[in-house]
Design a protein around this ligand. Structure first.
Ligand code: GLU
Length: 459
């Protein structure tokens, strides 16, 4: 399995084996054996499915497209995780992302396991008809391993409700008479999707930050001030400040985060930089995010990339290269693009004191260690970006009951679920000298270990 997740599992288990209050009934040789079993189980995926989809393109050519469905672990429930369409998809990456889903669901007490899918294409290079065929073929090739109580895919990078609708349609044709509504989540509302699912990841990402910097900070200010903790110092130094914010990525997650930051009346934010695959837009006075959202919606998801287009969008901004968003002098940066964006090469140029991971694994282990040692608070992916899978769970439940919630009800349930997790991890984070990621990983691994032990999987 990818090094990153093996390291996570190893170090979390190490912390747990030393914590005698965890599974006290296991001691001595038995304890050692059980933890060795846990490491073996959690650091390996249950299944790695790979196929080469045979696709007859609209132009008459037949091509083979590599596709994956990795099922990491299902001790907590059916496998769950998105399918991404991106040219950089590879086996190691999908395996890593599947393991992150296991941890994410365990951390937030979502009754699902972890999986991930991927198709090695740049979807922008294919016609709508070709993408439709690719979606159908994906379901045909992997249909044996999918299903509402087996493995439930959802959107990820490069996919959305259109793809989920097509895939569910194909699933239904392959298995007539079987239940199908819960076979895919992230579907369109008309097709059994949940209100608020499209916005859920971005809303949850921003909510994580707001909860820390507003709700938690206001309630715990004096307790935090008494802590000799570098991360407590970081957040206290930013309290009540006008917070400058940068957002990397302006897709389904980044645009929702930027808008939430712009509209937030709990915190005093100024969104000074946003970026996409082409450019960074910068304005030290703050960008007009609603106008940018409107522009990108009307222009294939792109931000304006020339001065003329900036004018057309009705905003004022300087155009910088797309990496500039990471190193601009801001208090906060939200990473809502792809993995490995902050790494060994650029870690020293990061100026933000708070980093929020909207994407999966956007900060490399090396950069994480370096920045954490400097007191930078990194809100990790499995904590911050779980909004998507939490509302996927709500969609799955609504599909079972064929009763649907109002949009506000969905957000309310989402916030309640995330709040429960924050209240579990934040007090301990500020009490210990360790980064938040470590704390979240330990919580997730603890939950998985406990259930595995109770189900008799360790002996
Ligand atoms: N792709 C999203 C994630 O990485 C959502 C997964 C889901 O809803 O199953 O969390």
């Amino acid at each position: 399995m990818g090094n990153q997740t093996v390291d996570i599992v190893k170090s979390s288990l190490q912390a747990l084996v030393d914590d005698k209050s965890f599974l006290p009934e296991l001691s001595g040789e038995r304890r050692k054996k059980a933890f060795t079993s846990l490491l073996a189980i959690l650091s390996t995926p249950n299944h790695v499915n790979k196929s080469f989809l045979r696709i007859a393109l609209e132009n008459g050519q037949v091509v083979r497209i590599p596709a994956y469905r990795v099922q990491h672990n299902n001790i907590l429930g059916p496998y769950k995780g998105g399918i991404r369409f991106h040219e950089s998809v590879n086996e190691d990456e999908v395996v890593n992302l599947a393991a992150l889903m296991t941890l994410k669901n365990a951390l937030h007490q979502v009754p699902f396991g972890g999986a991930k899918g991927g198709v090695v294409i740049n979807p922008r290079e294919f016609s709508e008809k070709d993408l439709y065929v690719i979606c159908k073929k994906y379901v045909q090739y992997f249909s044996d391993s999918l299903g509402p109580d087996k493995d439930i895919p959802a959107p990820d990078v490069g996919t959305g409700e259109r793809e989920m609708d097509w895939m569910m349609g194909e699933y239904k044709s392959i298995r007539p008479g079987e239940s199908y509504r819960g076979s895919f989540t992230g579907k369109s509302v008309e097709n059994g999707g949940s209100l608020g699912r499209r916005e859920a990841t971005g809303k949850g990402v921003y909510y994580t930050f707001r909860y820390l910097m507003h709700d938690f900070l206001n309630l715990q200010e004096s307790w935090l001030a008494e802590r000799d903790n570098p991360f407590a110092k970081t957040v206290l130094a930013l309290k009540d400040k006008l917070l400058s914010v940068a957002v990397q990525g302006f897709g389904n997650v980044g645009s929702v985060v930027a808008l939430a930051a712009f509209q937030c009346n709990h915190l005093n934010n100024k969104v000074v930089a946003v970026s996409d695959r082409n450019v960074t837009l910068y304005n030290s006075e703050g960008l007009n995010i609603p106008s940018l959202v409107k522009y990108s919606y009307a222009n294939n998801g792109d931000l304006p990339k020339t001065d003329e287009m900036v004018k057309l969008a009705g905003i004022k901004a300087e155009i910088l290269n797309r990496e500039a968003v990471l190193t601009i002098d801001t208090d906060v940066v939200f990473l809502a693009a792809l993995e490995n964006q902050v790494h060994g090469e650029n870690k020293k140029d990061i100026k933000a004191r708070i980093i929020v991971e909207g994407a999966n694994a956007p900060v490399s282990t090396e950069a994480d260690e370096y920045l954490s040692a400097k007191g930078v608070v990194i809100i990790p992916d499995i904590l911050a970006n779980a909004g998507g899978v939490i509302v996927s769970y709500l969609e799955w439940l609504q599909g079972r009951e064929t009763q649907f919630y109002q949009e506000e009800e969905v957000y309310q349930k989402l916030y309640e679920k995330m709040k429960e997790t924050f209240d579990t991890v934040l007090p301990q984070f500020f009490a210990d000298p360790y980064p938040l990621r470590r704390n979240c990983n330990i919580h997730a691994v603890m939950k998985l270990s406990m259930i595995m032990y109770r189900q008799g999987k360790l002996y």
